[in-house]
Write a protein that binds this ligand. Structure first.
Ligand code: ATP
Ligand code: MG
Length: 395
């Protein structure tokens, strides 16, 4: 595991979840609004007085007291590679480490090819046959998933960890009615049949389609819009009462209004069922009102992790900064003139099968130093629970 990335959490999730008053404020130099419950922000800024947390602030150790919460999920030093038919290895994740606390929402941000889906599939051990988990630990509810027996994994998948896939139209069977597809998920984990199964299906659909569950249950996937299909996947994901949902780009193919509806639905379900969420996206704006923390993935490595406020308002890694600057502004922002162009990150993501020495972002980095091409930076905590893998901070 990268030293420093699994930092002791200094805030109590219950305190965070209690927040209801929303503050909405314009972030200077940032193109969209951040909406976080006020109490969540307050909790991020203080350390309650009953256990020990150490942080390193620019080289100086600061000790403050805070309750430690046992993580629901701990991922340590996870290495995944895809192996070609000729036996050539192409690493997709290289030493990824993080944790997720009960009730917490972790946003995973990264551009295409950074390894987001590989991570999502690796957690419940659903990677394709040509992928190899080469190293690491995935501890979920105290169980080491990389060493779990196939039967134990079957009991966990769908029931304790659910995954929603990137493309709903591919995840749903085209010739089975929605009610049947949700019933299949329930039947895989619970002994329900006939009327009881149908009632549970309708209850679940009512969670995601208030007022219209019967019609949806009797529809085929092609009779639903993209947003409705995504809601069906979410109903499947909550069917067996999981504690963790991993949602891989749940809004990628949806229009902005429907994206916000889906994010709102996750927010509601998270509160109602006390869910932890890993929400994967390449769009930081989606994480602003939902995630407690954000992990930024670049070329299979965690380059930054911190609270949503820290990462979105004070991004420290040059990649995070460039990524945030390349997000289009809000639609209600005044037009800046026809000549203003959205900044793009220069260059391309590295070929993971032929990586050069040094930091993976070095070739595209505006702040590149000589050291950056020599070796990879380690993660350094730049403030409480905010870590960055960049030589600018010591690395
Ligand atoms: P996107 O945003 O486009 O969905 P991602 O961040 O989810 O991208 P992954 O799909 O995890 O990225 O891919 C990470 C790397 O692994 C890429 O280099 C990709 O080409 C490779 N990869 C992914 N799936 C496979 C596969 N089944 N076989 C071989 N290589 C793969
Ligand atoms: Mg993906």
């Amino acid at each position: 595991m990268l030293p420093g990335f699994t930092l002791p959490w200094s805030t109590n999730t219950e305190d965070l979840r209690r927040g209801s008053g929303q503050i909405l404020r314009q972030l200077s130099g940032f193109p969209f609004q951040l909406s976080l419950p006020f109490e969540r922000l307050a909790a991020h800024q203080s350390c309650p007085p009953d256990s020990l947390v150490r942080t390193w602030v620019r080289g100086q150790e600061k000790v403050c007291s805070a309750p430690r919460m046992i993580p629901l999920l701990q991922v340590q030093d996870l290495h995944v590679a895809y192996i070609s038919r000729a036996g050539k290895e192409s690493p997709a994740l290289a030493g990824v480490g993080f944790d997720v606390r009960p009730g917490e929402t972790l946003g995973v941000l990264g551009e295409s090819g950074s390894g987001k889906s590989t991570l999502a599939l690796a957690l419940p051990r659903l990677l394709p046959g040509n992928a190899e988990i080469q190293k690491g630990v995935i501890l979920f509810e105290g169980q080491d998933l990389l060493r779990a027996e196939p039967r134990a994994l079957e009991r966990i998948r769908g029931a304790r960890i659910s995954l929603t896939f990137q493309e709903p139209s591919l995840a749903l069977h085209p010739t089975i009615r929605i009610g049947g597809q949700i019933g299949d998920v329930l039947a895989a984990h619970e002994s329900l049949s006939g009327g009881a199964l149908r009632r549970r299906v309708l209850q679940l659909l009512a969670e995601v389609f208030p007022g219209d569950p019967e019609r949806i249950a009797d529809s085929y996937p092609h009779q639903l819009s993209g947003g409705q299909q995504q809601r069906v996947l979410i109903a499947q994901a909550i069917a067996c009462g999981p504690s963790l949902i991993v949602a891989d780009e749940p809004t990628a193919s949806l229009d902005p209004t429907t994206q916000q509806d889906i994010i709102g639905l996750f927010r509601t379900l998270r509160e109602k069922f006390n869910l932890s969420l890993i929400l994967i996206t390449h769009n930081p704006a989606l994480l602003a009102g939902l995630a407690d923390r954000i992990l930024v993935l670049y070329a299979g490595k965690v380059v930054e992790i911190g609270s949503t406020e820290q990462v979105l308002t004070l991004p420290q890694h040059p990649y995070t900064l460039a990524l945030l600057q390349s997000v289009p502004g809000r639609l209600d922002e005044p037009a800046k003139g026809r000549k203003s162009r959205l900044p793009v990150i220069p260059g391309e993501a590295p070929n993971l099968a032929a990586l050069a020495n040094g930091c993976r972002f070095a070739a595209r980095c505006a702040d590149r130093m000589e050291l950056c091409t020599k070796r990879e930076p380690a993660a350094v905590a730049v403030s409480e629970a905010h870590a960055v893998a960049c030589f600018k901070y010591g690395g």
